[in-house]
Design a protein around this ligand. Structure first.
Ligand code: SER
Length: 607
């Protein structure tokens, strides 16, 4: 079965069961300031999972392009990729566990042809703290299905707690903000068999293997989330309509169809791998890491480019740059001297010609941009080499600077340092690795925060910026008029970016007035309070709502100012400071045009 056939089979199977087929949403979410990329199939569905009516009904199916920036460093094993497709079907308050479990099992066994003896199931074991019981309902449904097919159920279903079998965008129940939907899930794993040989360095050697242990024997291929709850101040409440959110790993299902553990050996990767073999004269089997990184990263960068994201230093573009530059480095490691990144683009476009023609349509433009980026990076490498030639002793610190500034792998700088006859610091390898690990941990934390949509992001600084966002909107409306409305926002540790509707550039006087107004409110120690209200009532009473449709029926409202004399009231999940003086002083960094009729303003915290 080809990838296109598998995708169509899935879409048509669920169409037969009353689902409307929808196209994949772009990799960069539209109008969603909380996250940089679409990282799962459910992301574009959030408003509907929270109760908004979907124009195509209550049963939806799709195959969604996904990019997970936080997985960049994970690429290299047999299954992790930054770009993937997620097969998804949704019940929006329509069918529930019985139908979902039966359909997905029937699809995998009867349509895809997987051996049912190789499929293992996990279910939710309960979470006392969250007040949600063990999912015996799902278990019973599975047992019935096994009985129908005369499958011995012993050992086939395992139960895990919230860390493994609970799904929400923020992870475990404890981390979910108020208003966030989630629920227990049931995952399907494919068993490659106990004879699997672990690599001698594998941390799983000597450990007892279990279905969800990640040693590689079992591969998760699908996850049905029973999205039945919403978190409120009183604990978990039933969502008005109980939803199903299924996510299936397209590349993984394609791999296990051939009992293949390596997703890079599927037709979704093999043409790229073959081309890299031709370009480098090296074999995939001897250079797994480099081949996997290059083929994954350039595929992801090509998909991002087709959705308008090109290499640069900002936000989404930063990840595109990392993908391309990492690939160039691995290319050098494989001994590819000439530029090669652009050459991979047509190969990638042809793999996805039917499903994603946008790659093929834009391939010339994408090739040009990648060519420029590769040249730029190679120039940076030259600069790095010059820097290296100036130093006397080659230390772990120099190695790390070269790594961070120019993307030099240690091996490259070490080789060059030796060639230049530099004195090498003792123990450089391990010192460098320690520095890099500390750095990777830091950047993982940062990108995870970004990815999770700020949902778990509640550092002191970002909390200050959250409250400053509300003050900014209120001040802009006061100074410029009530036509000002928030169009988007984004917070980092360093600044707040805020987009708002307004036709022209702000004058210097207006900017000063806004800045002074906010700082005055801050000095006045205005109290910040939170209430849970019915959404309708909140909106009727004039509370401001940015993307009102994304919020559930019961919402949290943050008000700034004394009761009855609020200066700002907004629907918001928080978190916020308790009193405005905790923000300290703010200043306007700049103000510019964002798009037609939309201005963009940046605010920083002094000190
Ligand atoms: N939301 C679930 C996941 O991403 C199922 O779609 O795994």
């Amino acid at each position: 079965m080809t990838p296109d056939q598998l995708r169509s089979k899935y879409l048509n199977f669920f169409k037969k069961h009353g689902h409307a087929i929808v196209p994949s949403a772009p990799l960069v979410p539209e109008n969603d300031p909380t996250t940089l990329f679409t990282g799962s199939g459910m992301q574009p569905m959030v408003p509907y999972l929270l109760g908004e009516t979907h124009p195509l009904g209550t049963r939806i199916v799709d195959s969604q392009k996904c990019f997970r920036s936080q997985d960049i460093e994970e690429v290299g094993d047999n299954r992790h990729t930054t770009f993937f497709e997620m097969l998804g079907n949704w019940s929006l308050g329509d069918y529930f566990k019985a139908e979902q479990i039966e359909w997905v099992y029937t699809f995998l066994v009867d349509e895809v042809g997987l051996d049912p003896m190789k499929l293992y199931i996990t279910c939710f074991g309960g979470d006392k703290e969250a007040g949600v019981d063990k999912d015996t309902q799902a278990e019973e449904i599975w047992l019935k299905l096994f009985k129908k097919r005369n499958i011995n159920p012993e050992g086939r279903i395992s139960f895990y707690g919230s860390d493994k079998n609970w799904w929400s965008r923020a992870g475990i129940p404890k981390n979910m903000p108020l208003g966030e939907p989630g629920g227990p899930d049931s995952e399907i794993f494919y068993d490659f068999g106990s004879e699997l040989n672990l690599h001698e360095d594998s941390p799983f050697n000597g450990e007892e293997c279990h279905v969800n242990c990640d040693c590689g024997r079992f591969l998760e291929i699908g996850n049905s989330v029973f999205m039945a709850y919403v978190k409120t101040e009183q604990g978990f409440k039933d969502l008005k309509g109980k939803n199903i959110d299924f996510g299936g790993g397209f590349e993984r299902i394609l791999a296990v169809m051939d009992n293949q553990q390596d997703v890079f050996k599927t037709e979704l990767f093999s043409p790229i791998i073959k081309q890299i073999e031709r370009l480098s004269g090296k074999k995939y089997e001897d250079n797994l890491m480099a081949f996997r990184v290059i083929s994954d990263h350039i595929k992801a960068a090509t998909f991002l480019a087709a959705d308008g994201v090109f290499p640069n230093n900002k936000e989404q573009g930063y990840f595109s740059r990392r993908l391309v530059r990492r690939s160039v480095r691995y290319g050098l490691e494989l001994g590819i001297e000439k530029n090669f990144i652009a050459e991979l683009v047509p190969t990638i476009a042809s793999i996805y010609l039917n499903q994603y023609p946008e790659l093929d349509n834009q391939k010339e433009k994408i090739k040009n941009i990648f060519e420029i980026e590769e040249n730029k990076f190679k120039k940076a490498i030259d600069k790095g080499l010059k820097e290296l030639s100036k130093i006397n002793q080659f230390t772990a610190k120099t190695a790390f600077n070269l790594y961070e500034t120019y993307g030099f792998p240690l091996e490259l700088s070490l080789e060059e340092a030796k060639r230049m006859g530099k004195e090498i610091e003792q123990g450089i390898e391990s010192k460098f690795i320690d520095k890099r690990a500390a750095h990777a941990q830091k950047s993982r934390t940062a990108s995870a925060g970004m990815f999770k949509g700020g949902l778990q992001e509640n550092s002191v600084t970002t909390t200050k910026y959250h409250t400053a966002t509300h003050l900014l909107q209120a001040a802009l409306r006061k100074v410029l008029g009530p036509q000002v409305e928030q169009k988007g926002s984004n917070i980092t540790e360093k600044r707040l970016r805020f987009d708002f509707s307004f036709e022209r550039a702000m004058t210097d006087e207006e900017k000063t007035a806004v800045e002074q107004q906010i700082n005055q409110w801050i000095k006045e120690s205005q109290p910040v309070s939170k209430q849970i209200m019915e959404k309708k009532k909140a909106l009727a009473s004039g509370v401001m709502a940015f993307f009102a449709e994304k919020y559930p029926d019961e919402v949290s409202v943050y008000s700034i100012g004394p009761e009855g004399h609020y200066l700002s009231r907004e629907l918001c999940g928080g978190p916020h400071v308790e009193s405005t003086e905790q923000i300290g002083e703010i200043y306007i960094q700049k103000e510019k045009s964002a798009s037609a009729g939309v201005r963009r303003i940046y605010i920083g915290l002094k000190n």
